[in-house]
Design a protein. Structure first.
Length: 277
């Protein structure tokens, strides 16, 4: 049997066979919160692999922007924390693409920062609802379709903070640790139906939001942005920021034939975050 890692050459370009096969397969992919940030990078990488992608977002202008630029992308205005919105999302995605092969649960919010005793019940509930319940709602609605075709790939976006915890961010970290438990359970429950489920744990993301977090925290502590960045990087083994496209590359790989036996795993795309302060 020929390996999915066998390289094919076209001129000076070298393309892994798994990527070539993926382009041929034209996967049907749902990406939540696909209009910006990591979600947009994931969408772009799947489109580059030949996939059709249906996104959701809570901002209609972001949906319009991406769908007008790329005929391979369609979209639904939806909040994953609202079950009827998720039902509409999956229904419209299947109507547009004829089915669903891959679900990327990317939608999430940062939630409040503060001591546990100062966090409101409403802020706690909202963070858990979007970050964890939303993934459950999406999986619940795509699972019957994936079971019917005896195949599927679910990718849940968690965070490197889930490995080390983070004071003053209890709703966010708790929700993202919950994502790992959900991932492991889905992998076991749906494995017999040919459905795989993994989580990706991104680290310090090099985009406007990631840079903004560092700058804001520096301002709060009356230190320079460079000093706060150095504090972050001190506890990352590779001393690196992560480009959003790297998360997209990993998602595409996990959904490919090369990842066909990878399930139930929590995979860091973080340069190995050792600790956070």
């Amino acid at each position: 049997m020929e390996s999915v890692f066998t390289e094919s050459r076209a001129g000076n370009a070298i393309t892994p066979r798994w990527f070539t096969e993926m382009v041929k397969s034209q996967q049907r992919v749902i990406v939540t919160a696909g209009g910006s940030g990591i979600g947009r990078a994931i969408v772009d990488q799947f489109v580059d692999s030949g996939a059709r992608v249906h996104i959701c977002d809570v901002q209609p202008d972001l949906i319009s922007e991406i769908t007008e630029k790329n005929t391979m992308v369609t979209g639904t205005l939806a909040d994953v924390g609202n079950p009827p919105d998720v039902e509409k999302l999956v229904s419209e995605a299947i109507a547009e693409m004829g089915g669903v092969d891959v679900l990327v649960n990317n939608a999430g919010i940062g939630g409040p920062r503060g001591a546990i005793e100062d966090i409101s019940y409403e802020d706690w509930d909202r963070t858990i609802n979007v970050n964890l319940n939303g993934m459950f709602y999406c999986i619940k609605n795509v699972a019957p379709h994936m079971k019917a075709q005896d195949s599927g790939c679910i990718i849940n976006i968690s965070t490197a903070s889930a490995k080390v915890a983070l004071p003053m961010r209890s709703p966010y970290v708790a929700s993202k640790v919950g994502v790992l438990g959900l991932t492991h359970t889905v992998a076991r429950e749906y494995g017999p139906f040919g459905i795989r489920c993994n989580s990706i744990l991104p680290g310090l993301i090099n985009n406007e939001r990631g840079r903004g977090i560092v700058a804001n925290q520096a301002k709060e502590r009356s230190i320079t942005t460079e000093e706060r960045e150095a504090e972050f990087l001190e506890f990352i083994s590779l001393k690196c920021w992560i480009d959003p496209s790297e998360v997209g590359d990993l998602a595409v790989f996990l959904a490919s034939q090369a990842g066909r036996h990878i399930t139930g795993q929590d995979i860091g795309m973080d340069g190995n975050v050792e600790w956070e302060i």
